[in-house]
Design a protein around this ligand. Structure first.
Ligand SMILES: C[S@@+](CC[C@H](N)C(=O)[O-])C[C@H]1O[C@@H](n2cnc3c(N)ncnc32)[C@H](O)[C@@H]1O
Length: 265
């Protein structure tokens, strides 16, 4: 389908570097019989090798032209195409329907314009997804895996690290794509914690708290959480009220959320 004109509004930057494609497939390590789902197959750079290795592949694609191209190229016994918006797609329902014990594997070179909302959408399906491998802007991957007390550490780092064990897999330069994006890219591996090291009692509560804590990065935690928690309560949890949101560890956010949530009940 060399005639396909890449659509900017769908974040279409197609992988063309065989070395990079091989490295991503090696990182995913697909096995025959794996129940694998790819988001945004595009012109099948990853789809083809994933499908061949697993024997069968499900894909979620929004672009009608790409859907008709793929359905003409691959038989439905090998490639099952879900023509829809990944942001609205119910991956939990698909996992219940096709998963191994209700669990699927996910992969994709994600459209960068929706990467953050898509990550939050996917996080909501929890352990129905056994692992995810995604290509994203490098800047987003840096934020996902960031350690506390660094400029990259924020809401995304905390809310993903509490649910997933994450690993930066490789960096990918713009030249690996057609057309080349303006930014560097990176591949990240995300695995739900089998037993969360810091179990949060209510992730919705924690998300609201973390969003409030990071509302103004340069303000102290005391100021951002005014009226929500006292200095004494923060100190009792081992958190310095005079620090900034970026200095608070995931474990401390969990402890704070669990404490405040228990008080509300
Ligand atoms: C960066 S391209 C990757 C294409 C291909 N996997 C590759 O690596 O060459 C992103 C793909 O996601 C698709 N896409 C964009 N927005 C989408 C959405 N909301 N839901 C599902 N697919 C989407 C695009 O049409 C495109 O095929």
């Amino acid at each position: 389908m060399s005639s396909h004109i890449p659509r900017k509004r769908f974040g279409q930057n197609f992988l063309q570097d065989q070395g990079v494609i091989g490295a991503i497939i090696a990182a995913i390590n697909p096995q025959h019989g794996d129940v694998l789902v790819e988001i945004g197959p595009g012109l099948a750079a990853l789809t083809d090798p994933l499908m061949r290795a697993a024997g069968k592949l499900h894909v979620v694609e929004i672009d009608r032209d790409i859907v008709s191209h793929l359905s003409g190229k691959y038989p439905p016994e090998q490639l099952v195409i879900h023509h829809c918006d990944a942001l609205k797609f119910d991956f939990g329902a698909l996992a219940r329907e096709i998963g191994h014990n209700g669990v699927i594997r996910l992969a994709g070179n994600l459209p960068y314009n929706i990467s953050t909302p898509l990550l939050f959408h996917l996080a909501s399906f929890g352990s129905t997804i056994s692992d995810m491998h995604f290509m994203l802007q490098k800047e987003v991957v840096d934020r996902m895996v960031a350690e506390p007390s660094t400029a990259d550490y924020g809401r995304l780092s905390v809310m993903l690290q509490v649910r997933f064990n994450m690993e930066h897999v490789l960096d990918v330069p713009p030249t690996a794509f057609y057309p080349p994006p303006k930014v560097d890219s990176a591949v990240v591996r995300m695995m739900p914690w089998p037993a969360p090291p810091w179990p949060a009692n209510d992730l919705v509560h924690m998300e609201k708290l973390v969003t409030t804590a990071f509302a103004q990065r340069r303000k102290t935690l005391r100021n951002n959480l005014k009226g929500i928690v006292s200095d004494d309560e923060l100190l009792a949890l081992g958190i310095d009220p005079g620090c900034r949101a970026e200095n608070v560890t995931v474990q401390q956010y969990v402890a704070l959320s669990n404490f405040l949530h228990a008080q509300q009940r």
